[in-house]
Ligand binder design. Structure first.
Ligand code: UT7
Length: 337
């Protein structure tokens, strides 16, 4: 359902911090691991390389430094944070939550936290939750973190999936600001659980517990019906952007920057085209990052800040689609007022 902001405070996105593993896995290396080619990967997805974390490092190894950098940029102390929401499908553990590991790791003594499972649409969902807490007066500062260690759930023998994903993490500080200042102006979220089987990690919860048979079948790894997900993503990303802008009485002309989930360059470009946006108004970093699931949007926001395209007051449209199936969009003006 669409939602427009009418609360007593506006949720402002004021800073970003990121963390990436050092190791780069290039298409040339993948050519030596599975039957694929740099040409195929670049032409079908836009990906040239991805970052890969060491196998013994959970998401908190990235989320803690990303959170610290975000707070440094914002000039905010850890003790001033009320809440931490981590959007991820590859947290360190199911219990405790990665949000709790971050809370302890950064010394956010006054914060509660929880993890949010919404796959590639996780960051938008976490931002919508943080917005609701802030608008309702239940929190003043929330760290919204999106991150995934996708290499922990990818089968590097499966060419259909292993070329697509990477690891990374980004944190955005969301603060209560004046109701007529910068901040989140609206969002729209959707689900279609009927498509759940099209992008799934079969043995990742109570439905199929780990066993020797699971490991033999590789059911601990991500499985995707690529073409079905691709077609849905193209349709739904464009639909949700159109619908949210219409609800707000706006159009593509009111978007300074589209910051989309990075699953495939061939999904991002039609979305931008439908909105009538030129290439300079679309953030694409899939060539260097691949699909980092919960991290794509905060990593793209950080890139846009670094290259000067994202500034205080920029009118930003976030949009994502992913496993669930789930999709959503958020329209905001950037920065603190
Ligand atoms: O972030 C969550 C949401 N995820 C997405 O939005 C991803 C959506 N899906 C996609 O991005 C695309 O469907 C893929 C990139 C996964 C695949 O691209 P495609 O153009 O849809 O290819 P396809 O699945 O139709 O496969 C075409 C051919 C197949 O061969 P046959 O059956 O036609 O002989 C595949 O086996 O390409 C083959 N193929 C590959 N060939 C070389 C699949 N993966 C590879 C590969 N290298 N890595």
């Amino acid at each position: 359902m669409p939602h427009t902001v009418r609360g007593r405070a506006r949720a402002q996105c004021v800073a970003v911090g990121t963390a990436l593993p050092e190791r780069r896995l290039t298409n040339a290396e993948l050519e030596r691991m599975v039957e694929t080619s740099d040409d195929w990967i670049v032409s079908r997805t836009g990906i040239r390389e991805r970052r890969i974390a060491p196998p013994d490092q959970g998401l908190s190894h990235l989320a803690i430094p990303a959170a610290r950098r975000c707070l440094d940029h914002a000039g905010v102390q850890p003790a001033e944070i009320d809440g931490i929401i981590v959007a991820t499908i590859t947290g360190d553990y199911v219990m405790p939550s990665t949000a709790n590991l971050v809370q302890h790791g950064i010394g956010a003594a006054n914060a509660w936290g929880f993890d949010l499972l919404n796959a590639c649409n996780g960051f938008v969902a976490a931002l919508s939750a943080a917005t609701a807490y802030i608008e309702s007066g239940h929190a003043r500062r929330i760290l919204v973190i999106g991150g995934d260690i996708m290499s922990s759930v990818v089968d590097y023998r499966d060419r259909n999936t292993c070329i697509l994903f990477g690891d990374g993490c980004g944190a955005v500080l969301v603060e209560a600001g004046s109701p007529d200042g910068h901040g989140v102006l609206g969002f729209e979220m959707h689900s279609d659980g009927g498509g759940g089987g099209d992008l799934i990690i079969p043995s990742s919860g109570s439905a199929m517990v780990a066993s020797a048979a699971v490991l033999e079948r590789g059911d601990q790894f991500v499985k995707q019906n690529g073409i079905v997900v691709f077609q849905q993503a193209i349709r739904r990303m464009a639909e949700v952007c159109d619908s949210l802008l219409t609800t707000l009485g706006l159009s593509g002309a009111d978007v300074d920057l589209l910051v989309p989930h990075q699953a495939n360059r061939r999904i991002i470009e039609p979305t931008a085209k439908r909105l009538g946006l030129s290439a300079d108004k679309v953030v694409i970093n899939i060539d260097r990052m691949a699909n980092t699931t919960g991290a794509t949007i905060p990593l793209a926001l950080a890139d846009a800040l670094a290259d000067g395209r994202l500034k205080s007051g920029s009118r930003v449209l976030l949009a994502a689609f992913g496993g669930g199936l789930t999709w959503g969009a958020c329209y905001l003006t950037w920065g603190r007022t």
